[in-house]
Every structure is written in structure tokens, then in C-alpha cells.
Design a protein around this ligand. Structure first.
Ligand code: CDP
Length: 224
């Protein structure tokens, strides 16, 4: 049995999973993996190449041609799609509008989960997403399930997007989050749900420092 530690963080769209996961990984010197960035990069490839999402042959072919890599610089997510840095483009609305449909495809999930499991095989890791504690690492030592008030989540994401997308509206962001939450929780394949042994973290009224402390209080006892 491997003795590496896996921290699995799941939860709704834009509720601070990656902020917490990055801070936790930095503090503990663990590897951070943003699984959502992988689905976003696949969605970007599908968009650019007009992949027909009902055509399983096209999907299988596309997946063979997609090569994703993470380059960690100070715990920020830097992801390349076939050697092109796409970290910023995958956060923009065209990808956000498409990603949940792409992430619902069986073949896409099977490939991503396989790559994610490989990353957490022997190293201490913090991974955030929707199915990390339920499907990717059902035996993770620590599972957090994050949630926050939908209006607060939309405001946070709106502020994050505004510098690179000055025409974006709060309503548009709110709609996208609501749409993705619905799609992610109701899909057939690995729907977003809390693992029975996941600890709920509602960060509506917590600062990033407070939510980090909440997580550290639960992870640090495992490290002694
Ligand atoms: O950052 P945000 O919470 O908005 O989303 P994300 O983590 O970047 O994930 C984008 C989308 O990818 C989600 O809405 C899901 O549809 C999908 N996803 C998934 O299905 N499974 C994961 N483990 C991670 C993301």
C-alpha cells in the first residue's frame, strides 16, 4: 500500500476550491492538481476543432490527439494543451459555457480520471474538482466538500474575470455557475456529490486565511 497523502477537494462551481487547494499545497509542500483545468483544456480543444459531441469515433480520435501537461510555478495552474500555454484562455466564457457538456462524456472522464490517478499514485497531492473524493481517490485520507452562497460565488468569479474580460456581466457569470452546478450534479457519469466521509466546508463567511486554517486543522494531524 502506498503511504502518500491525498487531499481531495470537491464542490460547486467557483466556491474557492482552487484558492484553498493552492494555499494548502503551498503550505504543506504537496503537489497541486486542478482537475477542472484538464476538462477545460479538453473543452477548448473540442471548441477549436468543432468536435461533434455525439460522435464517439471523433471523440476517441480527439482524445488521442490531446496532450495535457501541468507546469507548476508558485502553485499557480499552468496547463499546456499540445505544448501551448492555455491557462488563461480556458477560464474565459466560451470554455465555461462548453465544459460541463464535455465533462459529461464517458470517454473524456475515463481518460482524465486515469491521468489524475497516475498523478496521485506516489506523491503527496492536493487535487480539486467534482469527483475527486468519490471516483478518482475514494480512499483519500482527507476529503473536503466545499460550498458557498451562489451570489457570493458569482461575485467572486466576476471580480476574477473582469480584468481580462471587461464586458462581462455579473448576471452572465451567475447564469453560468447555476447552469454548470445543475449539469454537474445531475449528469449520469460521476455526478458532483459529497462523499459520505467528506467534511463540509461552507466558506460563505470565511476569509481565505480562515478556510486554510480549517483545512490545516484536519490535514496536519495526519502528518505527524
Ligand atoms: O473553477 P470552477 O469551480 O468554476 O470550475 P473548474 O474546477 O475549473 O471545473 C470546470 C468544469 O469541469 C466543471 O463545471 C465540471 O463540469 C468539470 N469538472 C468535472 O466534471 N470533474 C472534475 N473533477 C473537475 C471539473
Amino acid at each position: 500500500m502506498s503511504s502518500n497523502i491525498v487531499v481531495a477537494i470537491d464542490g460547486y462551481s467557483s466556491c474557492g476550491k482552487s484558492t484553498l487547494a493552492k494555499a494548502l499545497a503551498k503550505k504543506l509542500h504537496f503537489i497541486y492538481v486542478d482537475s477542472g483545468a484538464m476538462y477545460r483544456a479538453v473543452a477548448l480543444y473540442f471548441l477549436r476543432n468543432n468536435i461533434d459531441m455525439s460522435d464517439h469515433v471523433q471523440i476517441a480520435e480527439a482524445l488521442k490527439n490531446i496532450h495535457l501537461n501541468f507546469h507548476s510555478r508558485d502553485y499557480q495552474t499552468h496547463i499546456t494543451l499540445n505544448d501551448e500555454e492555455v491557462s488563461e484562455e480556458i477560464r474565459q466564457m466560451p470554455v465555461s459555457d462548453k465544459v460541463s457538456a464535455v465533462a459529461a462524456i464517458h470517454e473524456v472522464r475515463a481518460e482524465m480520471v486515469c491521468q489524475q490517478q497516475r498523478m496521485g499514485k506516489s506523491k503527496n497531492i492536493v487535487m480539486d474538482g467534482r469527483d475527486i473524493g468519490t471516483v478518482v481517490f475514494p480512499h483519500a485520507q482527507i476529503k473536503l466538500f466545499m460550498t458557498a452562497d451562489p451570489k457570493i460565488r458569482a461575485e467572486r468569479r466576476y471580480k476574477e474575470l473582469l480584468p481580462t474580460n471587461p464586458t462581462i456581466t455579473l448576471e452572465e457569470v451567475f447564469e453560468n455557475l447555476a447552469h454548470r452546478d445543475y449539469a454537474d450534479t445531475t449528469r449520469k457519469e460521476s455526478p458532483l456529490t459529497r462523499a459520505d466521509d467528506a467534511i463540509i466546508l461552507d466558506n460563505t463567511d470565511l476569509t481565505p486565511v480562515e478556510q486554510l486554517q480549517f483545512a490545516l486543522d484536519r490535514v496536519e494531524p495526519l502528518l505527524v
